[in-house]
Design a protein around this ligand. Structure first.
Ligand code: WQD
Length: 346
């Protein structure tokens, strides 16, 4: 069975994708520097699947380590998650983001080239659409991006495009995520943000377990039905399964859908949007926990509405998200109920 190197595999999306890879019979290697995680998720992934992960601790920018990994393993494809991802932090520390995300990716691509491993799935983000009209479609040009984090995603996509154009043996699939939430149904793995969560669901969960007294809703004066922002929330297990479908297509070097840059781009979303207040109400309904909140100022950079046109991946790869917003809330709640301190429970 094929061997897949997963960079950033101890992270929220990476760990859920490792579960699906192992369940589909792939040999899984994980490289992670624990900048935003620990080894615990790997132990949980192995427990859930009953299979082993071959783990390497280290940084993408360490080319000697990358060479060691590629020399020791016959890697058929790479799924590249590793990178810093906090929008606000990226505005405060742009150089750290460009060094980690951009240079780390270039180092990875160089070593992949050296070892003639030229099949890659890149974890990108809807943030690259910026101010494009809705629903966001893969054929759209890059939008105006308001932060260094989003700009690194856009630049890495373009580097991969140039690479694929320069050498036809590169096969690249770019997956643009909308808003991943939820957790594996086992309640054993989930999202564990370090410090104060930037994102909505992890903050709701902190309020649910009593770590924070209330949620601040960033503005209710947007041009939306209830005045709060609308987002395309997608279950992280749906997202992980989307990677398996993309990987199968990549390994069959299925060229359909390649754009002029020689790469395949797909949105991973549900195509439906829910507001902040709708998410709060759904979580309260499934958890039977009251989530106290107060309305505060808008957050800089927030767009009123953001959701995906998901027709391309369904048409070309036959993938469609299947979990609804209640399931996303139920599975998030089970994760935090079982792990109120995240992976630090151990
Ligand atoms: C959702 C809504 C907030 C927190 C971000 C990144 C994006 C992607 C997904 C990586 C917004 C509101 C939030 C809170 C709130 N990440 N909110 N109170 O901003 O859509 O996307 O995460 O790829 O790149 O930008 O997600 O969860 O931060 O916010 O009211 O404490 O919840 O204003 O309307 P966002 P989010």
């Amino acid at each position: 069975m094929d061997t897949v190197l997963v960079t950033g595999g101890t992270g929220y999306i990476g760990s859920h994708t490792c579960v699906e890879l192992l369940n589909n019979g792939y040999h899984v290697l994980v490289l992670d520097n624990f900048s935003n995680s620990s080894f615990e998720p790997i132990k949980r992934v192995e427990k859930i699947t009953g299979k082993k992960v071959k783990f390497y601790e280290g940084d993408l920018r360490n080319k000697e380590l990358l060479r060691k990994i590629f020399k020791a393993n016959n890697i058929n494809a790479v799924i590249h998650f590793a990178g810093l991802k906090a929008v606000g932090e990226s505005c405060a520390k742009p150089l750290e983001y460009y060094d980690n995300n951009l240079y780390g990716s270039i180092a990875l691509f160089e070593i992949m080239n050296e070892f003639n491993t030229k099949k890659i799935i890149f974890s990108s983000s809807a943030t690259v659409y910026g101010n494009n009209p809705l629903p966001y479609g893969e054929e759209m040009p890059y939008g105006i991006i308001s932060n260094p984090y989003g700009r690194t995603k856009c630049m890495i996509e373009q580097i991969l495009g140039d690479l694929s154009k320069s050498c036809s043996s590169w096969h690249t699939i770019i997956l643009r995520y909308f808003n991943p939430i939820g957790a594996h149904q086992s309640g054993m793995i989930g999202e564990e943000p370090q410090g104060i969560p930037n994102n909505l669901m992890p903050y709701i969960l902190k309020v649910a377990v009593g770590d924070f007294p209330e949620l601040k809703v960033f503005g209710d004066d947007y041009e939306t039905p209830d005045g709060t922002c609308i987002r395309d929330y997608i279950h992280v297990v749906d997202l992980a399964k989307g990677h398996i479908i993309a990987l199968k297509s990549l390994l069959n070097s299925n060229n359909q859908g390649k754009n002029s840059e020689g790469i395949n781009i797909y949105n991973l979303g549900t195509g439906k949007g829910y507001s902040v207040l709708e998410l709060i109400k759904t979580f309260e309904k499934v958890s039977k926990i009251k989530i106290k909140y107060s309305i505060t100022q808008r957050r800089d950079g927030d767009l009123p509405i953001c959701f995906a046109n998901v027709s391309k991946i369904e048409r070309e790869l036959g993938w469609k998200a299947k979990y609804n917003i209640e399931a996303m809330c139920e599975d998030s709640w089970r994760w935090i109920k079982n792990n109120p301190r995240g992976y630090k429970n151990v």
